[in-house]
Unconditional design. Structure first.
Length: 243
């Protein structure tokens, strides 16, 4: 993109726009937002009040940054992403669900890439944090108060529930489901479609698979027996018939 502001863009006079920034058609940038040097913001993006985008970033079309969201430098956010929406927090009382105020923020580190239609919710009271050099695939959900360590890779359709922590260098396969308040230690590898129940700790430096997730060697042993269940059931039936 060529540096400059497209005539259809709406940029609040109170926003801080650095040098060589490109702002595309129909972009909206609200009051007190900050856009760093050499950043490109493509068509129909929304940058909310007080949001901050670092240097050399690229927001592809239709990215939404809610108020107060913070992106580091060299961050690429693909189309349809929503950063900073309310976390999913409710309390039941008096016969209905009451929304718990979501007044925290989102902080994303440097050199992060976020795939299309992924969502990262703001913290309920503090910040949801994504570390440096994290690579997030399409359709990933990161809930409120989650902490994602540096250098993690998160594949498509993974969901991380609220207040969970993912350690440095973790690799999460596609469609991994992580319950609330889980801890994945540094260097964990979790295979596709694995499920981790709430409040569990997954020890670092190992590979896990299955639901509930278990060490890969144990998973292979268990799965091997499961695949033989029809044969074993037939043997049991023959033994019962003889009895």
């Amino acid at each position: 993109m060529v540096p400059g502001v497209h005539p259809t863009a709406i940029v609040d006079p109170g926003a801080k726009i650095a040098a060589r920034v490109s702002i595309g058609p129909y972009v909206v940038i609200e009051e007190a937002a900050e856009i760093g040097t050499d950043t490109a913001i493509e068509a129909f993006c929304f940058v909310g009040r007080g949001a901050r985008v670092g240097e050399n970033c690229r927001l592809h079309p239709r990215v939404t940054l809610y108020a107060g969201a913070k992106l580091g430098s060299r961050v690429e956010v693909h189309s349809g992403c929503v950063v900073g929406a309310d976390g999913f927090g409710y309390v039941f009382g008096e016969g209905r669900h009451w929304k718990f105020p979501q007044i925290g923020t989102v902080e994303i580190g440097d050199d992060v890439e976020i795939g299309p239609n992924s969502t990262i919710d703001r913290g309920s009271l503090e910040a949801t944090r994504v570390g440096n050099d994290v690579k997030i695939d399409n359709l990933v959900q990161i809930a409120h108060n989650v902490r994602v360590g540096d250098h993690c890779v998160i594949a498509a359709q993974t969901g991380i529930a609220g207040s969970s922590t993912v350690g440095v260098g973790a690799i999460l396969g596609g469609q991994v489901g992580i319950g609330t308040q889980c801890t994945l230690e540094d260097g964990v590898i979790v295979g596709a479609q694995a499920g981790i129940p709430s409040n569990k700790t997954i020890r670092g430096g190992h590979t896990y698979w299955g639901t509930p997730a278990r060490p890969f060697e144990k998973f292979k042993l268990t799965y091997g027996w499961l695949s033989r269940l029809p044969e074993l059931a037939a043997r049991v039936k023959r033994l019962e018939d003889r009895g």
